[in-house]
Design a protein around this ligand. Structure first.
Ligand SMILES: [Zn+2]
Length: 393
C-alpha cells in the first residue's frame, strides 16, 4: 500500500536563512499573483486558457527582464511550484470545489515548496537550495526509516514561527500475521499495564520534566511584571511545555508501534478517562498519559499494518472482575492496589487483573463478531475502510 504522508516539524532558521526564506516567500507570492493575473487576463481578453507549460515559459522570459530579474536570485524550484499550486487551485475551481483563486497576501501565512531537486536530505540533515547550512529541525517524531522525501514545504505563520512539512512516499506493507494477542489497560501509577504483566512507562520518566516545569513556573511568577526577565522566563516555561509534549508523543509512538508489531490483536478499554478526571487525585496522571492519543495511534497503525484493535466498552467491569473465577466485586476503591478474590482466593494486582480481563473479553468479542462488530469498535485490515461498511444503497 503506497501512501503519501506529510510530517510536519518546527524549524529554526538562522538569521541568514530567514533572509533567504523571506526573499523566496516574496518571489513565490509574486509569481503566483503574476500568473493568476496572466491567466485571468488571457481568459477574459482572448478567451484563451493558459496552462502550466505556457506560464512556465513566460516565467523564464520574466526573469530575463530587467525589472523582474531579481526573481533569479532565489531557487527556481519554489517558483515553479507556485505555478503548480495555482494550477491545482484552478482545477479545484473548475471542479466546483473552491471559489475562483485569489491573490496571496503578504500578511498571511507564507510558504515555499521545494521538490527533491532543490534540497538534499540524509540522516536527518536537510539542506535547501541556496542555503549553505542545513536547517535546524526539531524532530518531534521520527521520519519513517528509509523514507525518501519527495517534497518539502516551508511555511512561516503569523506568529513568525517556521514549520516544515515533509512529504514522504511511504510503502506500507501489512505485517506478517502473528498468533500473539494482548490486552492493555491504562495504569494509574504507570502509563500502561499489559495483560502479560508488563508495566510500561515508569512514572519517574515524566516526573523529572514536571519538576523542571514547576521550577520554571515559580521563577516566572517571581519576575517583575512587564520586565524583560519575565518575558524570558515565560519563554522558558513555554519551551519546557513543548518539550514535555514532544517527549510524551515520542514515547506513545514507540509503544504503539511496538504493540502493533508484536501482536495481531490488541484489546484496550475505550475511554474511561472522563470519569477518572473527576477524581482530583488522578486528574494529573490522566492528563499526563495521553491515553486517547495513544489509542488513536494504535487505531491508525492497526489499519496500516493489518492488525486488529478491539475497544471494550467502558461499562465492562474490568477492574472489579476476578480474572480467574469471574466473580465481580461490589466495589473496588481506587486506592486499593491489591485485592483477594472472596470467591476463589486468588490475590490480584489491580491493574494486571484489569488488563487480563480486557484481553479476554476483547478476544471473545472479536472472535464472536469478527469484522461485523459495529463500526468504530474494531478496525480491521487496510482497505476495509469505514466507507466500505456503509450500505451500498
Ligand atoms: Zn476469583
Amino acid at each position: 500500500m503506497k501512501q503519501k504522508r506529510a510530517y510536519k516539524y518546527r524549524v529554526y532558521p538562522t538569521p541568514e536563512q530567514q533572509q533567504i526564506l523571506a526573499r523566496t516567500f516574496g518571489c513565490c507570492r509574486f509569481v503566483y499573483n503574476w500568473a493568476l493575473r496572466q491567466k485571468t487576463d488571457a481568459y477574459y481578453n482572448e478567451q484563451q486558457r493558459l496552462y502550466y507549460k505556457d506560464l512556465s515559459e513566460r516565467l523564464t522570459d520574466l526573469k530575463k527582464q530587467e525589472e523582474t530579474c531579481w526573481l533569479s536570485e532565489v531557487s527556481s524550484v519554489p517558483l515553479q511550484q507556485a505555478l503548480r499550486h495555482l494550477d491545482k487551485a484552478f482545477i479545484n475551481f473548475f471542479d466546483g470545489r473552491t471559489p475562483y483563486p485569489t491573490f496571496h497576501k503578504k500578511r498571511n501565512q507564507q510558504s515555499a515548496t521545494y521538490t527533491s531537486n532543490a534540497f538534499t536530505y540524509k540522516d536527518g540533515v536537510m539542506t535547501l537550495a541556496k542555503m549553505s547550512e542545513p536547517l535546524t529541525i526539531r524532530w518531534s517524531r521520527p521520519l519513517p526509516e528509509e523514507s525518501k522525501p519527495s517534497s518539502v514545504t516551508v511555511t512561516k505563520d503569523c506568529a513568525n514561527r517556521y514549520f516544515m512539512s515533509i512529504l514522504v512516499d511511504d510503502e506500507i506493507e501489512p505485517l506478517p500475521q502473528t498468533e500473539q494477542t494482548i490486552g492493555a489497560d491504562l495504569g494509574l501509577k504507570s502509563f500502561v499495564i499489559l495483560s502479560d504483566g508488563e508495566v510500561v512507562g515508569n512514572p519517574k520518566f515524566f516526573h523529572k520534566d514536571e519538576k523542571k516545569l514547576a521550577k520554571a513556573q515559580r521563577r516566572h511568577a517571581k519576575k517583575k511584571k512587564g520586565s524583560q526577565n519575565r518575558d524570558k522566563a515565560r519563554l522558558k516555561v513555554a519551551g519546557i511545555h513543548a518539550r514535555i509534549a514532544d517527549r510524551r508523543r515520542d514515547f506513545s509512538h514507540k509503544l504503539s508501534t511496538r504493540l502493533i508489531r508484536e501482536n495481531q490483536t490488541i484489546c484496550v478499554e475505550s475511554l474511561a478517562v472522563k470519569n477518572m478526571v473527576k477524581n482530583p487525585k488522578l486528574s494529573k496522571a490522566i492528563s499526563d498519559v495521553g491515553w486517547s492519543e495513544f489509542v488513536s495511534q494504535l487505531e491508525y497503525k492497526a489499519a496500516w499494518y493489518g492488525r486488529n484493535l478491539v475497544k471494550i466498552d467502558r461499562w465492562y467491569p474490568s477492574s472489579k472482575r476476578c480474572f480467574d473465577c469471574g466473580h465481580i466485586l461490589d466495589s473496588l476503591p481506587l486506592d486499593v492496589r491489591m485485592w483477594t478474590c472472596p470467591e476463589c482466593g486468588v490475590i490480584h494486582d489491580r491493574d494486571i487483573n484489569a488488563a487480563q480481563n480486557i484481553h479476554a473479553v476483547g478476544l471473545t468479542v472479536f472472535e464472536a463478531c469478527g469484522e461485523s462488530v459495529r463500526p468504530g469498535a474494531v478496525k480491521t485490515k487496510p482497505g476495509k475502510t469505514q466507507r466500505s461498511r456503509k450500505p451500498s444503497k
